[in-house]
Design a protein around this ligand. Structure first.
Ligand SMILES: O=C(O)[C@@H](O)[C@@H](O)[C@H](O)[C@H](O)CO
Ligand SMILES: [Mg+2]
Length: 401
């Protein structure tokens, strides 16, 4: 079997997505997500100009060799652009291999380890009441786990609070700027979860995303303050380039820690995992080198009783969600899967086999990862420049968003 051609499809239904399609001499094709929010065209170019020429003529079944070739052969290793490009190739090749075998991808990984994939929804609101009403909305849909984010009194436009129905952090044009006050946030956040436990009781898993905005000791303080509300996890409490900094959080609180959606290789998480400084690893298919590398990360995490909790925001395409659900159904140390519902227009571009029922998802039984791209639909939505926001402290200091 030979790769005959491959090309990148950039489309913007509701938001930008980058998709790689690899075609073979036996008529079977595979697709992979290559979307990197705010840097989409960098990955599209990396694929088109530097990767695709190296793929033509190769056997698509040689997934590991192609992965090693693209990782080591680049010389300049790691990084979100490189690893998203490699991820897209890897995902497309696993799609091809499973289609040729006539099996859903999870069967090739080792079969199912559970009946369904527990997912968590995003509830948010400008006020506590607005957020609680959204929690109720998702409880009514049968979710067992819900992330809660809310506006911080005195601040405008903080992370995680949607302007419309669905939260989309990237805005058209150049990056928006939002103000941040750690003091206001630390005083407010525990009240949000006190309200949630008061209204919804204790059977519901509650999650929260700090989104990199605290220093380690501030994160330790928040972790302690949230302990009475028994969170499923506190996510991205502090920027994780310095993995050692999590030791300072760990020694002060039993609130479970989740990190890794911005990680792109095992090296970003190795020390966190080996020192058990986290409880969930958030790496996902599209940004961490695809199924092949994500499996390595999960296998290392399993040795230290750390579970997966893959990123699944709507700026990851349905192709990533489909592949992730196959991974989630198989991976022995599964924790939870993030699920934000894509807009209907996005779903029209990416028909898929996966489904949701009462808080759980299933990838479906279609051969491959079960997601396709309707290229005619995709062509209706040309790329629209959009960027993630930046945050500044109230004195103007550029801060972590
Ligand atoms: O946990 C999450 O879903 C967030 O961290 C994301 O919304 C993140 O801000 C976006 O994926 C960035 O593009
Ligand atoms: Mg996050």
């Amino acid at each position: 079997m030979k790769i005959t051609d491959a090309y990148v499809i950039v489309t913007c239904p509701a938001r930008n997505f980058v998709t790689l399609k690899i075609r073979t001499d036996e008529g079977v094709y595979g697709i992979g997500d290559a979307t990197l929010n705010g840097r989409e065209l960098a990955v599209a170019s990396y694929l088109t100009d530097h990767v695709i020429p190296c793929l033509i003529g190769r056997d698509p079944h040689d997934i590991e060799d192609i992965w090693q070739y693209l990782y080591k052969g680049a010389y300049w290793r790691r990084g979100p652009v490189t690893m998203s490009a490699i991820a897209a190739v890897d995902t497309a090749l696993w799609d091809i291999k499973a289609k040729v075998a006539g099996l859903p991808l999870y069967q090739l990984l080792g079969g199912k380890s559970r009946n369904g994939v527990m997912v968590y929804a995003h509830a948010n609101g400008q006020t506590v009441d607005d957020a609680m009403n959204q929690v109720q909305h998702y409880v009514d849909q049968g979710y067992k786990a819900i992330r809660i984010q809310a506006g911080v009194p005195g601040l405008k436009g903080v992370y995680g609070v949607a302007k419309g129905i669905n939260y989309e952090p990237a805005t058209r044009g150049l990056p928006a700027e939002s103000a941040w006050s750690t003091e206001a946030y630390l005083d407010f956040a525990p009240t949000l979860f006190a309200a949630a436990r008061d209204r919804f009781g204790w059977d519901l898993h509650l999650l929260h995303d700090v989104h990199h905005r605290l220093t380690p000791i501030e994160a330790a303080r928040l972790g302690k303050a949230l302990e009475p509300y028994r969170l499923f996890w506190m996510e991205d409490p502090t920027p994780a380039e310095n993995q050692e900094s999590f030791r300072l959080i760990r020694q002060h609180t039993t609130t479970p820690l989740a990190v890794g959606e911005v990680f792109n290789t095992i090296w970003d998480a190795k020390d966190l995992i080996q020192n058990q400084l986290i409880d969930y690893i958030r790496t996902t298919v599209v940004h961490a080198g695809g199924i092949t590398h994500l499996r390595r990360i999960a296998n290392l995490a399993e040795l230290y009783q750390i579970r997966t909790g893959s990123h699944g925001a709507t700026d990851l395409s349905p192709v990533c969600m489909g592949a992730a659900l196959h991974f989630d159904l198989w991976v022995p140390n599964f924790g939870i899967q993030e699920r934000m519902v894509h807009e209907d227009v996005t779903e029209s571009v990416f028909p898929h086999a996966y489904s949701f029922d009462q808080g759980y998802m299933h990838p479906g039984e279609a051969p491959g990862h079960g997601v396709d791209i309707d290229e005619a639909e995709a062509a209706k939505y040309p790329y629209q420049p959009a960027y993630l926001p930046v945050a500044r402290l109230t004195d103007g200091t550029l801060w972590n968003w």
